[in-house]
Design a protein around this ligand. Structure first.
Ligand code: G3H
Ligand code: ZN
Length: 289
């Protein structure tokens, strides 16, 4: 019999301990094993995330099968999130496929459109007869996990999510998790310093909404800001760009050093290990080790 707590409980446990769960994006089995190995090195729970593009590549049902089969085989708290999902239809697809949680991302929509669609996703999640968490976003922080040279168009570091809007949004949608704009940006800057997080705003939003908060755009954030943000009420932290950079750099280095290697499980192993190091390093911090 499995004694793995459901994701909602794992998040609650993290909050009670004053730590955060790490959420890492993958596109394939290289990312999958990198994340799993990194988390297992510390014996702590982990969330695997797949955005619409990432899950189209690995396979929507196939990634569910990978996570569930490993979770059952080794009795390990590994969870699967349908990251940044832009339509009700794709939220429904992920819920039907067996994801533990879904994110409806209406950050680019008006408050009203975002609210209405997030509510529809919550209603569907509640109707399926198993616990699926629904997260929503309010406040645009960019869309791409890539290396940045400037702040993405449409992102404002002055116009952060307000505690009042957050409270109303959460109350009217019934979402389980809330992702605000608090100085965080998707992607990682190449040459300019990462913007600082607004820790007071995180604390105010956690208080006004009364539900766990998720910090997106974690790549490049300083250790100091992560620690303060978790203390202020962040329960889940998302990292993607750092994983992508580690994957690509390790592969390039390996192939440069071994130009004749053609065996995928040999050259991809360097990327698995590089991803695992990033995951382990970030999880140590999020868990205050
Ligand atoms: O949902 C994914 C993330 O928010 C990742 O953001 O690429 O800046 O780490 P990042
Ligand atoms: Zn994100």
């Amino acid at each position: 019999m499995s004694n793995i707590p459901p994701l909602k409980e794992a998040i609650k446990n993290a909050e009670a301990k004053g730590v955060a769960l790490g959420h890492f994006n993958i596109s394939d089995s290289v990312g999958f094993w990198g994340v799993v190995n990194g988390a297992r090195a510390l014996s702590i729970p982990v969330i695997i995330g797949v955005s619409e593009g990432e899950r189209d590549f690995i396979g929507v049902k196939q990634v569910v099968a990978m996570v569930k089969s490993l979770r059952e085989e080794i009795n390990y708290p590994i969870y699967l999130n349908a990251d940044h999902t832009y339509s009700f239809e794709r939220v429904k697809e992920a819920i039907d496929a067996g994801f533990d949680s879904v994110i409806f991302d209406g950050a680019k929509l008006s408050f009203e459109e975002n609210r209405a669609l997030a509510k529809k996703c919550v209603e569907y999640a509640r109707s399926v007869g198993r616990e699926v968490l629904v997260e929503a976003e309010l406040g645009y922080i960019g869309t791409s996990s890539k290396v940045l040279d400037a702040i993405p168009e449409g992102v404002s570091l002055e116009n952060l999510t307000t505690p009042e809007d957050a409270k109303r949004f959460v109350k009217e949608t019934g979402v389980d998790l809330f992702a605000p704009s608090v100085g965080n940006i998707h992607g990682m800057f190449r040459n300019i310093p990462e913007p600082r997080l607004n820790i007071d705003r995180i604390r105010e939003i956690r208080k006004s909404t009364g539900i766990p908060l998720v910090l997106h755009g974690g790549s490049g954030t300083s250790d100091e800001d992560f620690v303060s943000a978790i203390k202020a009420g962040i329960a889940v932290v998302h990292i993607n760009t750092e994983i992508r950079v580690a994957y690509r750099n390790a592969l390039e280095k390996f192939l440069k050093e071994n130009p004749d290697e053609i065996v995928p499980y040999k050259f991809a192993k360097s990327s698995v290990d590089a991803i695992s190091s990033v995951v382990e390093k970030r999880l140590r911090l999020f868990n205050m080790f």
